[in-house]
Design a protein around this ligand. Structure first.
Ligand code: C5P
Length: 413
């Protein structure tokens, strides 16, 4: 191999490749070859069943490292914590092919072999490439496991459509090794342009707020927090010092992010004000606009007839940040509109004195609350408007951060 074969995002990077027991395991040989050719250092981990499809000798030879399968090896007393050190060694963990069985184990935190234990210990991003028969892939149990994995922050590369080992045709084929290599480059590349936010303090808010009426009832909204969490994760990947102030969500904390959990708009306001010295503030939280004037400490008894609830405005956190901002701070707000979105978003830029508004429209399919994808329009105080296509919230987060690098977003002196 000559130095010219290398890829800048893969050169010298440590990659774990997990191979599980499916017919597509034979493609992992080519994948190892491509990653090695691009300059990566590849350690293969196999599940015990993968050895029925491809030999450790083959993968050990192409990767130039002994393949690991079991956590406990007879006569090898000193190395049982190797799954922990490997989990820290890797810049990326790719599992290709990932069988339905391994997906289920990963979704539920099983650690019964070297591959699953290392996945649990890994601090790096995971790229999971499922491959199985079509019927197994579309089964609700598998789909649910994939949702769990996406919620855990794993990247799932969907299987391709085509003829399957069973003789049937459908979705379930492992993508070609070149496509998996490209996805690896993509993921490691995100980290490579990460340097751009090194030394910057970034504050992100996420999720809904809950405004309690009594201990068991509250006013809230369906925000899942996914967009804000994706932003915090992306900023951390780029080397920023990230604080994430979040309302109630079930999402795991992205690695390298300092998380502050709050419940109400009032609590979010206090926490944001504590951190308002950040260089970049992105308010992705869906903050409740109104809160009950009286909150009962006991559960309110129901009576015959109607009841009226008196609400007061919550503090508009973003407006306050805009009023108290410094010139070199970057402020980003979100807007979710059901009608005349662009006009409202433009007004919001001025009213709240922010640099960017990210507009998402509730009527767009695949965009908005709860889903993993989003379709947004970015609007800047300098009059730029950019409508982005439907893409994953992870990509939307990257796109937003890419825009913030331009000095042109700074307010005029
Ligand atoms: O005015 P509107 O609620 O549409 O503005 C949305 C933007 O303002 C979001 O960025 C949201 O996080 C922020 N916001 C806030 N405090 C509120 C309400 C919204 O910071 N009380």
């Amino acid at each position: 191999m000559t130095a010219n074969d290398g890829h800048p995002d893969l050169e010298g990077r440590h990659i774990l490749l997990g191979v599980t027991g499916g017919i597509a395991a034979y493609k992992s040989v080519e994948l190892v070859r491509l990653l090695k050719k691009a300059g990566a250092d590849v350690q293969v981990l196999m599940t015990p069943d993968a050895g029925r499809f491809i030999t450790p000798l083959t993968l050990g030879t192409v990767s130039e490292r002994p393949v690991l399968t079991e956590i406990f090896v007879d006569g090898d007393e000193g190395s049982w914590t190797r799954h922990i050190s490997l989990g820290r060694w890797a810049a990326l963990f790719v599992i290709a092919p990932a069988t339905a069985q391994t997906l289920a184990k990963l979704a539920h935190g099983f650690s019964d072999n070297m591959l699953t234990a290392t996945a649990l210990a890994a601090r790096c991003p995971l790229l999971i490439c499922p491959a199985m028969d079509h019927d197994m892939f579309v089964h609700p149990a598998t789909q649910k496991n994939l949702e769990v994995l996406a919620d855990l922050g794993y990247t799932v590369m969907p299987p391709a459509y085509g003829s399957l080992a069973s003789g049937l045709v459908g979705q379930g084929r492992l993508p070609e090794p070149e496509s998996i290599r490209d996805a690896v480059v993509d993921m490691l590349g995100d980290r490579a342009h990460g340097e751009s936010l090194a030394g910057q303090r970034v504050l992100v808010t996420a999720g809904p707020t809950r405004e309690h009426i009594d201990p068991v009832r509250y006013i809230s909204n369906p925000s899942s927090g996914k967009m804000g969490f994706a932003l915090a994760a992306a900023a951390a990947r780029r080397g920023a010092d990230v604080t994430l102030v979040t309302g109630p969500t079930h999402l795991p904390t992205p690695s390298g992010v300092t998380r502050v959990d709050v419940e109400s708009a009032e609590q979010m306001h206090s926490s944001v004000m504590e951190h308002r010295g950040a260089d970049i503030i992105i308010m992705a939280a869906a903050v409740a606009d109104y809160s009950p004037i009286d909150t009962s400490t006991q559960k309110m008894k129901k009576h015959d007839g109607d009841v009226a609830l008196q609400l007061r405005r919550t503090p508009d956190i973003l407006s306050e940040l805009g009023a108290r901002r410094s010139d070199d701070q970057i402020l980003v707000g979100f807007a979710m509109e059901t009608d005349d979105g662009l006009a409202h978003a433009r007004e919001k830029l001025d009213e709240k004195n922010v640099d960017w508004i990210v507009l998402n429209t509730l009527t767009d399919e695949g965009a908005g609350f709860g889903v993993d994808t989003n379709r947004v329009t970015l609007i800047s105080r300098l009059g730029e408007e950019e409508e982005l296509p439907l893409m994953s919230k992870r990509r939307v987060a990257e796109a937003i951060l890419d825009r913030l690098r331009f000095d042109a977003t700074k307010p005029a002196a």
